[in-house]
Design a protein around this ligand. Structure first.
Ligand code: 13P
Length: 253
């Protein structure tokens, strides 16, 4: 099965840096295509054209970091799934904890974004994850399964869903969830999604939160982990190259 490496560049890079990095990702994606490692880059919206150029005729894929549920309209500063699709994107992130926190996005809004993204023909990377207080209170699984149920309750295009488990306390902190905790949560999500989809198909499950070249081998080898959503380390092509090498090694076992 393919290992998915999704890069979330967040609000980083100048235009020139983004162009340069996009070209480096293109090479990496083409090199690793034969090894069942695939790449999705989610740049700041402004750099979508650079990604589109880099991904043309390549195995590289790209997507948005967020999208508004409407197609067009008076929504200053927003971008829609329709716009992303028209610019060549195939993916979009929904429900990232930074959007939930900084922009007050609710589960209901995330659900509406997913519907709009599916209507536009995009595959959604839905982010879920608990805060530190929830984990300490033993509520992590509850929070995550509630987020899954709420965001996906109207879904019919299950083949266009990817889930990223991103515990909030592990994002950008250098603190990684333990392999045991990651595997336990992914197994729980797989069980929950199997019953929610009503089918044998379970969306790919990515882990996100301080993934880097040093910890990727252990995380990607976990049985219910199908890839990673990577923030900080995704800005460095050498880190991504090393992570990809680990993903390849797992494939050939
Ligand atoms: P870091 O890899 O920087 O912790 O970010 C994870 C993330 O939020 C990806 O969406």
């Amino acid at each position: 099965m393919t290992v998915l490496l999704a890069a979330n560049w967040k609000m980083n890079l100048t235009a020139a840096e983004a162009q340069h990095l996009a070209d480096a990702y293109r090479q990496l994606a083409d090199e690793y295509q034969a090894h069942n490692v695939s790449f999705i880059v989610c740049p700041p919206a402004l750099y979508g054209a650079a990604l589109q150029q880099a991904s043309e005729g390549s195995a590289l894929n790209w997507g948005g970091q967020a999208s508004h549920p409407a197609e067009f309209g008076a929504h200053t500063g927003d971008i829609s799934a329709k716009m992303l699709q028209s610019g060549g994107a195939s993916f979009v992130i929904a429900g990232h904890s930074e959007r939930r926190q900084n922009h007050g996005e609710s589960d209901e809004q995330v659900a509406a974004q997913i519907q709009a993204a599916h209507n536009a023909g995009l595959t959604v990377i839905l982010c879920v994850g608990e805060g530190l207080a929830d984990r300490k209170a033993g509520q992590a699984e509850n929070i995550v399964t509630t987020q899954l149920s709420a965001a996906l309750h109207n879904i019919t295009k299950w083949e266009s869903v990817i889930i990223a488990y991103e515990p909030i306390w592990a994002i950008g902190t250098g603190e990684v969830a333990s392999p045991e905790d990651i595997q336990a949560m992914h197994a729980k999500m797989a069980e929950h999604l199997t019953s929610q989809c009503g089918a044998a198909f379970v969306p790919p499950l990515l882990y996100g939160g301080s993934v880097n070249a040093g910890n990727a081998a252990e995380i990607l080898a976990l049985p219910d982990v199908n890839g990673a959503l990577i923030g900080g380390a995704s800005l460095k092509i050498d880190e991504m190259r090393a992570i990809a090498a680990h993903a390849k090694a797992i494939q050939s076992r």
